[in-house]
Design a protein around this ligand. Structure first.
Ligand SMILES: C[S@@+](CC[C@H](N)C(=O)[O-])C[C@H]1O[C@@H](n2cnc3c(N)ncnc32)[C@H](O)[C@@H]1O
Length: 279
């Protein structure tokens, strides 16, 4: 199945990318298990899985979640964040994601943990969110909007489906606003992107739609550590992971991760939490 959309072919590219067996094996086995986003590292060699889990309670601490709240997660991957929210706050979480391969794993894990009554997994694109206006108390997203070529549309959609007074909270992989033109080519190529957002871009888009800024937490230092840790782990588990994903995929992945580390070290990349409220 593929999303019928008037949106960019970045949606198709993201779907194809995350549905591939190679990506599924790689992200699930190396990136952080059920969490596939940047982690918060307390020390350099920390296991990726522990660092990745840490960002979820940090984001949740900005919100007043309880059993009455309805959360929508945009681009939910394997659903690590949603399971944390459902388990710890009893809130209802809808996972919107366009990879059916990831959605299957997500549903399986929700059942195994006895959380399926609190979590729905829905196939679809966050560029055209398949829910009516004013449906959710919280729109949540972790490192997913990076995949869109229409991030302005995603912000507008988040505003539309959020109830007045609701929270929009997300992390994303972004570029610094002062990056010289043309230097991000190899970074963008790794996940087939045309561009990256930035803190300023999201702030401006959010303001245009009527969001009020609650906070911006720039934690870009963790991005470099994270990509370097993923590269190290891939190299450490090289023989096993090429059996699962193939040598070509893994060699390209290592090269791509190196580009992200180098660009991050030069201050070209940003990552952090952005939190807005719908007035
Ligand atoms: C880096 S993963 C992050 C997954 C999850 N948020 C997490 O932190 O574990 C990016 C996710 O965005 C999803 N995605 C990309 N483009 C999307 C779109 N247009 N609509 C819905 N999901 C999308 C992918 O399927 C993938 O699950």
């Amino acid at each position: 199945m593929s999303v019928s959309t008037k949106s960019s072919n970045s949606v198709e590219k993201a779907e194809e990318y995350y549905n591939s067996n190679d990506a599924d094996e790689f992200y699930f086995k190396i990136w952080g298990g059920e969490h596939i986003h940047v982690g918060i590292y307390h020390y350099n060699n920390e296991p990726i899985k522990f660092a990745s889990q840490r960002i979820v309670p940090k984001m949740a601490s900005c919100l007043n979640l309880d059993v009455f709240k309805k959360v929508l997660d945009l681009g939910s991957g394997y659903g690590g964040g949603p399971r944390y929210l459902a388990k710890n706050f009893g809130c209802h979480v809808t996972c919107l994601n366009l990879s059916e391969v990831q959605n299957e794993r997500n549903e399986q894990l929700n059942m195994e943990r006895g959380l399926d009554h609190l979590i729905d997994v829905v196939y679809g694109s966050f560029e055209e969110i398949p829910f009516p206006d004013n449906s959710f108390d919280v729109i949540w997203s972790q490192d997913a909007m990076v995949h869109s070529a229409n991030r302005d549309q995603v912000v507008a959609e988040a505003f539309r489906v959020l109830k007045p007074g609701g929270d929009f909270i997300f992390t994303d992989l972004m570029q610094d606003d002062n990056v010289p033109k043309g230097v991000l080519g190899p970074v963008l190529d790794r996940i087939h992107l045309d561009s990256l957002g930035s803190f300023k871009f999201y702030w401006e888009e959010a303001r245009k739609n009527g969001f009020e800024l609650m906070s911006i937490n720039n934690m870009s230092q963790h991005l470099v550590t994270h990509y370097d840790r993923v590269r190290q782990e891939t190299e450490k588990q090289y023989e096993e992971i090429i059996d699962a994903c193939g040598k070509e995929y893994i060699d390209q992945m290592i090269q791509g991760l190196n580009h992200w580390v180098q660009a991050g070290n030069k201050g070209h990349l940003n990552w952090g939490i952005m939190h807005f409220k719908k007035a």
